[in-house]
Design a protein around this ligand. Structure first.
Ligand SMILES: NC(=O)c1ccc[n+]([C@@H]2O[C@H](COP(=O)([O-])OP(=O)(O)OC[C@H]3O[C@@H](n4cnc5c(N)ncnc54)[C@H](OP(=O)(O)O)[C@@H]3O)[C@@H](O)[C@H]2O)c1
Length: 258
């Protein structure tokens, strides 16, 4: 079932002058987050592993008149992350918002799971999120403000057969979120997670149709989410409206897990 389309409901100046990094923004949820942050006035730096695909997304947004900077960076590599953050600071002098969105799946039942697949999922989804978070903390502490938003998943809350690595990484992100929130709360930095449910993107397109129908039955709102639904939650958490919220996990899942 297709989700209803969704326009931006936020004021176009909500994040005017703020600089945001969005990882994994060449498509899907990351691209929608980048677009929404542009629509509310932020300067946006996006990354993905592929120079070509991240540049296509950036060009599309530039053609709509937005300020956007594309960088090829693999967040599972510490050196790439350090370069990403350095280049963002060079370009815009500061980083106000980090959205840790990049993520992968390598699904397999645990009994047959290969070590390299476990390692790849943990390295990208969890360690990559930690690398990006650690890299922005010094600049954010210096400026005494910052918003870090980590994209977890309902799978990290409920588990799912065939997704041990993904569930472990996404649950790990929630622990990382809470700990970072406690460590930097006195520095004016908030750290929150979003746990999307089933959102229609390339990642979920891989799920067989019969399984998609079964998942739909678990969703009280009876439709799959759009990347815009996650982008709107990011916008809220990045704004001053959410200044008293930290260490939380906001579910954007149509009521799938409660
Ligand atoms: N779709 C859902 O239903 C759903 C539900 C819950 C949570 N999530 C989470 O939401 C996030 C986005 O999901 P999506 O559905 O939009 O996925 P997607 O369509 O597969 O897009 C993933 C994005 O991450 C980038 N990426 C992957 N590995 C990367 C790396 N090592 N370094 C930098 N960029 C990387 C990809 O670009 P390149 O391939 O060019 O690197 C792409 O831009 C993920 O963290 C996912 O786990 C999704």
């Amino acid at each position: 079932m297709d989700q209803p389309t969704k326009q931006n409901v936020f004021n176009e100046n909500l994040l005017r002058g703020k600089t945001a990094i969005v990882t994994g923004a060449s498509r899907g949820i990351g691209a929608a987050i980048a677009q929404r942050l542009c629509e509310v006035g932020a300067n946006v730096v996006i990354c993905s592993r592929s120079t070509e695909s991240v540049s296509i997304t950036a060009n599309e947004l530039e053609n709509k008149g937005y300020t956007i900077h594309a960088i090829a960076a693999d967040i599972s590599k510490k050196e790439d992350v350090e370069t990403l953050v350095e280049q963002a600071i060079e370009q815009y002098s500061q980083i106000d918002i980090l959205v840790n969105n990049a993520g992968i799946t390598r699904d397999m039942f645990l009994i047959r799971l290969k070590d390299e697949d476990w390692d790849a999922v943990l390295q990208t989804n969890l360690t990559g999120t930690m690398y990006c978070t650690r890299a922005v903390l010094r600049p954010m502490i210096r400026q005494k403000s910052g918003r870090i938003i980590n994209i977890s998943s309902v799978i990290g809350l409920m588990g799912n057969p065939g997704q041990a690595s993904y569930a472990a990484a996404k649950a790990g992100i929630i622990g990382l979120t809470k700990t970072t929130a406690k460590e930097v709360g006195t520095r004016g930095i908030t750290v929150n997670a979003i746990a999307p449910g089933f959102i229609t993107t390339d990642m979920t397109a891989k799920i067989p149709e019969d399984l998609q129908s079964k998942i739909l039955e678990l969703i009280p709102l009876q439709f799959f989410g759009s990347p815009d639904d996650v982008a709107d939650a990011v916008c809220f958490l990045a704004s001053d409206a959410a200044r008293y919220i930290t260490g939380q996990t906001l579910q954007v899942d149509g009521g799938m897990v409660m």
